[in-house]
Write a protein that binds this ligand. Sequence first.
Ligand SMILES: Cc1cc2nc3c(=O)[nH]c(=O)nc-3n(C[C@H](O)[C@H](O)[C@H](O)COP(=O)(O)O)c2cc1C
Length: 284
Amino acid sequence: MRKLLGLVGSARKNGNTEVLIKEALMAGEADGAEVGMIRLTDLDIKPCTGCMACVFKDSGCWIEDDMEWIFERMVEADGIVLGAPTYVLSPAGVIKMFTDRFLQFSTRLDKMRGKVGASIAVAGLPEWEAFAVPILNTCLLSYNLKLVGTLVAHAPGPGQILLDEKTVEQAKEIGKALAAGSKSAYHGFEGLCPACHTDLVRITEKGVVCPVCDAKAEIIIENGSVKVKYDEDTVVNHRWTEEKFEAHMENWIRRTEGMFKEKFAEIKALSQKYREYDRWIELP
Ligand SMILES: Cc1cc2nc3c(=O)[nH]c(=O)nc-3n(C[C@H](O)[C@H](O)[C@H](O)COP(=O)(O)O)c2cc1C
């Protein structure tokens, strides 16, 4: 039996994120899946300290909190729906804390191979949620999940989204897509980028790129309207694919240890005056 896991990124009980995740799980259950849910804000998720021991020593993470427990629940699941309210244009902070900690699993991401993920971004109103989908979908992709759906929902009050039948129906479809697994068609918010479904683009000296998955793109004007044309190869081989991410680990992240050690004496000498500069305000 397929297992679905709902990760609720809102502390608000019976809020819009919670009810939409429940709707998705109910649909998955109706299709034969076993389901369970976790409210991320009920757990102890501490900030990553950037020590890099998980990568350089492959030691897991020394921080004692609930992240290993959550990862075990994710490994047990076949499909994961991650939802969060939008706070100040981005998903609530717990999502970023949870995403940053993926690095401790970076040597174990093969355990997530073949699993599917979907996101539910809730906001009070349209056009005030620019970073909601990009950050939620970055989280799912960084944990090596294949995206099968994205839902963007708008309602301010807790449970108020239930008045919006179309959105509730879309949550149901997302649950069904998760229950169907990796062969499922993608459902919901298309965005622009075919890989990560974000609707943001970055204009750099090297050209136009998707900020989330690094797919290359071109901005074109067609019949007077602006379109973004993505390069098929970089869409398929985006930065969060297992191969591309492993190459990034090998060619950059793991090498930073040696690069730092090589220059350690110089860095230490340069940083001496900053280590001595002690203007920290006494904590409360
Ligand atoms: C601190 C805070 C910041 C918010 N910022 C935004 C925002 O930038 N854009 C927006 O559309 N809604 C914003 N909202 C509204 C919530 O996204 C909205 O109420 C949503 O339905 C909450 O989802 P929940 O019921 O699952 O908690 C904010 C709410 C709070 C409490």
